[in-house]
Write a protein that binds this ligand. Sequence first.
Ligand code: 0X9
Ligand code: ZN
Length: 445
Amino acid sequence: MLAPQIGTQWLVILCAAMAASGTNLDSGMCPATDAGCSGIPPDQARYDNYRIYNVEFENQEQIELFQKLEEQSDSLTFIGHAREVGQKLSILVAAHRVADIADLLKTYKVKHRILTYNFQEKIDRNLGEVLPESIDASQLDWQHFFHLKTIYEWLDKMAEKYPTRVTVLDMGSSTQGNAIKGVKLSSDNNNKAIFIESGIHAREWIAPATATYIINQLLTSQDPKVQKLANEYNWIIFPCVNPDGYKYTFEHDRMWRKNRQLFGTCRGVDLNRNYPDHWNSTGSSSDPTRYDFAGPSAGSELETQRLIEFIRANVGKEQIKTYIALHSYSQMLMFPYGYTKERLSNYDDLQEFGKKASAAIKAESGRDYVSGSLYETIYPSSGGSMDWAHSEGGIPIAYTFELRGPPDSQDLFILPAVEIQPTASEAFTAIRTIVEAAAEKGYYK
Ligand code: 0X9
Ligand code: ZN
């Protein structure tokens, strides 16, 4: 622990005393939290005048330039790494680096577009689409974003409302002691099961919103095709497998991705690099300051261990045959492997189901979703939950979805709330298509 901890009750007393005595709170006297203090700014990261650049690499020199830039600077947020000629990459550039980056782009003749001039505006709009933590969970909808507390209370409510069909599950607690809650929807204990994991990356708010949408559809849809899927399969859905990170994005930094494990001066393991399957072999970092830090060792994180234990205990008992991980953004439907371009044994099947699912999305909304193996489609990365679920967990059908927006999104992970409903509907359509196509091939026999 680097800083001495002061209990909240002491802060309140201290702040009240300072306010009563007219102490100037701007003088630096108030301890490093705003709990109970009014008039001081909240401890919240801001992105005023941060720009999003989309660059395209035309030669090796440009790639090396951007590799150096990423290595040297924490004021550039890379969405992926510079890897190959022809690649396009989005980078969030801190306001104080704009002049410098503009100059480098010009000097090295890097093809680029500016997608957004003030990223904070996107965040402000998005925070305005969050309903307060104090609301009743019956107000949960798919036109707003919701705090962890509301999502969890809504799961409880659904279990109260549909007691014969819904069981609330708890994987155990996270690093900071939050529960990792989910539900099992079941109408027949002999059904094969589909497992959905979402929210492993904290800032990808569309993922938990999509998970609650799917739960709601399976319980309330009048569409006979959806009812058939709800009756013939059991669904195990965990909307938020990184609860500490998710909470942090509401309270302190909308762009946080990892969990909140402490490493001296910095925090966080990328939970989607922490799984014990070819751990830290490619597309991850050993540096805890990085967004794709794989952790100090394979499966080091409590959140990873909870999910592994759950799958191990239930894959046979619940007959889990399908694993879906929900992420954003880029509009992709990907299957293993992430760590190698080697093809898995049922590559052709998963390729075929993925193609059918993207065609179904195209027919529904006109959106383009690319499908293929993760390694080939997005970028090599090891230690992902999907690879583990397939290789070690023994689940034959495994996908990672990158939901909206498009790869050159002006919003990055800050998807506007009007897009929740259509995005979630697309994801559910893709899942239904995959399950129906896999059923035809005998995967659920
Ligand atoms: O980088 C990731 O973890 C995922 N992309 S995201 O923008 N949502 O962060 C995709 C890669 C997933 N990798 C594996 N499952 N191996
Ligand atoms: Zn993600």
